[in-house]
Design a protein around this ligand. Structure first.
Ligand SMILES: [Fe+2]
Ligand SMILES: [Fe+2]
Length: 317
């Protein structure tokens, strides 16, 4: 399918006031100077003002687009991206409870409780889309839909979520006082999974759908999901700045975690079965996608005060 020329006249989505309100450093232009980050109570207040309902989305045009405008082979190419988001939302919703319990301050836990509600809403959003658009044949309930999509994931996805994230969250469930494990978990969850991977995929998928005027109900809901994710990442940025910005031992723990995770994280962006050195996401090149992800991470790390000391990682063959 050929991409149409961009026809936007207003500001891009992330320049909108509601996206800018999250103060995610990745949304600020690099030369804007010091970023004013939001604290936990301000982020909670923003959550109250940024509610939305999955049940209000209208997927009727999406159903027509999916079955009539998108060629069959393209539908299956898209399933990698959509499957990883759907299953990813379910996994992060499941893992956040022990991280909330381990957060030492009351207002941190209150914000994380709102984030658990958001992640549940994101799962419901995908579930409604898959069901009402009829993406899968013969998949009845939420659990069956998730199981049916597992085969579209690549090994790096499973390593990141089922090994690297789960082991840290299991440790926190056993020992909520382990603050080093909490730094590692927030680095992995908020900086890498949400900040680097989810928001990158969302950026390119929404941009493509806007340019081609496809799936309007999905686009609206996914835009709301992205705004929520910027708020979640803003929490992680503030938390890590407070804990690591002036504590060299914690900063070192965060940096070591990133060095361990980045090669795996880069692999998660590669669609299943694609050449890891040369792949595309819709009609964007791997260089464009990796550069976007790495730039966003670098801006957030700069705001935290723990800049990364490595070049953009390459994906292991
Ligand atoms: Fe989410
Ligand atoms: Fe999130």
């Amino acid at each position: 399918m050929e991409a149409k020329e961009a026809t936007r006249t207003g500001p891009s989505r992330t320049e909108r006031e509601d996206f800018q309100a999250t103060s995610d450093p990745a949304l600020q232009s690099a030369d804007q100077g010091k970023v004013k980050l939001l604290g936990y109570d301000e982020l909670y207040g923003l959550w109250e003002r940024q509610q939305w309902l999955t049940q209000e989305l209208d997927f009727s045009q999406d159903r027509t687009d999916w079955h009539e405008k998108i060629p069959e082979e393209e539908r299956y190419q898209r399933l990698y991206g959509l499957s990883s988001f759907f299953i990813g939302e379910q996994k992060v919703a499941d893992e956040l409870g022990p991280m909330m319990r381990a957060a030492p301050l009351e207002n941190q836990r209150i914000f994380l409780a709102t984030q658990i509600a958001d992640e549940a809403r994101h799962v419901r959003f995908f579930d409604r889309f898959f069901e009402e658009v009829g993406v899968l044949e013969n998949a009845g309930e939420l659990r069956q839909r998730l199981d049916a999509l597992e085969e579209n994931l690549n090994p790096a996805f499973n390593e990141l979520f089922d090994d690297l994230l789960k082991s840290r969250v299991d440790r926190l469930a056993e020992e909520p006082g382990d603050q080093k494990a909490l730094i590692e978990a927030v680095t992995l969850y908020h900086m890498v999974i949400e900040g680097m991977l989810a928001l990158t995929g969302q950026h390119f998928i929404i941009d493509y759908l806007e340019r081609n005027d496809l799936l309007p109900g999905f686009r609206e809901g996914f835009g709301n999901v992205a705004r929520d994710e910027h708020r979640h990442v803003a929490y992680g940025t503030w938390f890590l700045k407070e804990r690591c910005g002036s504590d060299p031992a914690m900063a070192e723990r965060m940096r070591a975690t990133l060095h361990e995770l980045l090669p795996v994280a880069s692999g998660v962006l590669v669609p299943k079965g694609a050449d890891p050195e040369n792949w595309t996401l819709l009609d964007y090149s791997s260089e464009q996608v990796n550069e976007f992800a790495f730039k966003a991470l670098s801006r957030r790390l700069k705001a935290i005060g723990v800049p990364l000391l490595v070049e953009q990682p390459s994906v292991p063959a």
